[in-house]
Design a binder for this molecule. Structure first.
Ligand code: A3P
Length: 275
């Protein structure tokens, strides 16, 4: 027994806080939380539970890399640490800052059909307003410019869904091979194949299996089974009911995103069946 305790002590002694070797940089409402939690099913993956906002927040960034490392969980040297902060994807300064930390870091981007993602983004903001008993505009009013009747590209939820624009800024620093695009719509409907692609991208042995994922009809989503005693679903704020949007506005947005989507497929080599 004594011998075992010593071995365990030696084992725990090798625990360290490591900088992430992969970051989920976005996209907001793409399913970033689900992706992080599901990757954490892998025994070689540890996660920073909170969004750290190190690279997108000037004050945090000024605290330096040791501050960032101290935000990381303890892990064994063979494990890889992953964090997610969806604002990284759209924030101007972030690619250069991450490059300076580690130019060979692996970057994960999870996307959804752009119009759905924009409505999801709106829904999150709407809920925040409602919580404070504030009224808010309808999605249609924000997404469409009242004067021109064209898509309002100044609206953040629209801009964030122009994936190619953001990705092109990142490509000034990192080669396209360093990115892996996750299909957020498929992560909802059939997560395992998407997770297996990520395992391969991260050079990890395939360890996540169907056992780890079970569909919960009440939640309407897949939940996570870590082992025989521990399982969990994501928080209720993940998987909100979206408001109904005028179909003409949906159609207009889809037409608007179409050429950007084509460019995104072309750059990433991953094609989606977005309308
Ligand atoms: P909706 O609320 O629009 O349905 P993020 O974590 O980036 O904010 O993304 C939130 C989205 O993750 C949710 O958007 C939801 O659809 C999606 N999601 C994917 N897999 C999920 C899962 N297993 N459980 C709950 N939500 C999931």
């Amino acid at each position: 027994r004594k011998g075992n305790a010593t071995k365990e002590q030696i084992r725990l002694h090798s625990l360290v806080q490591q900088l992430p070797r992969a970051i989920i940089i976005g996209v907001r409402k793409g399913g970033t939380r689900a992706l992080l939690e599901m990757l954490n099913l892998h025994p070689a993956v540890v996660k920073a539970s909170q969004e750290i906002h190190f690279f997108d927040n000037d004050q945090n960034y000024a605290r330096g890399i040791d501050w960032y490392r101290e935000k990381m969980p303890f892990s064994f040297p063979h494990q890889i640490t992953i964090e997610k902060s969806p604002a990284y994807f759209i924030t101007e300064e972030v690619p250069e800052r991450i490059f300076k930390m580690n130019s060979s870091i692996k970057l994960l981007i999870i996307v959804r059909e752009p119009t759905t993602r924009a409505v999801s983004d709106y829904t999150q903001v709407l809920e925040g307003k409602e919580r404070k008993n504030k009224t808010y505009h309808k999605f249609e009013k924000l997404a469409i410019d009242g004067n021109t009747c064209e898509v309002n590209t100044k609206y953040k939820a629209v801009r964030t869904s122009i994936y190619t624009k953001h990705l092109e800024r990142w490509l000034k620093y990192f080669p396209v091979e360093q990115f892996h695009i996750v299909d957020g719509d498929r992560l909802i409907s059939d997560p395992l194949p998407e997770l297996q692609l990520v395992e391969r991208f991260l050079n990890l042995p395939s360890r996540i299996s169907q056992y780890n994922l079970y569909f919960n009809a009440t939640r309407g989503f897949y939940c996570l089974r870590f082992n025989i005693v521990f399982n969990k679903c994501l928080a209720g704020s993940k998987g909100r009911t979206h408001p109904e949007v005028d179909p003409a506005v949906v159609a207009k947005l889809r037409r608007f995103f179409h050429p950007f989507n084509q460019k995104f497929y072309q750059i990433t080599g991953r094609t989606f069946n977005w309308p």
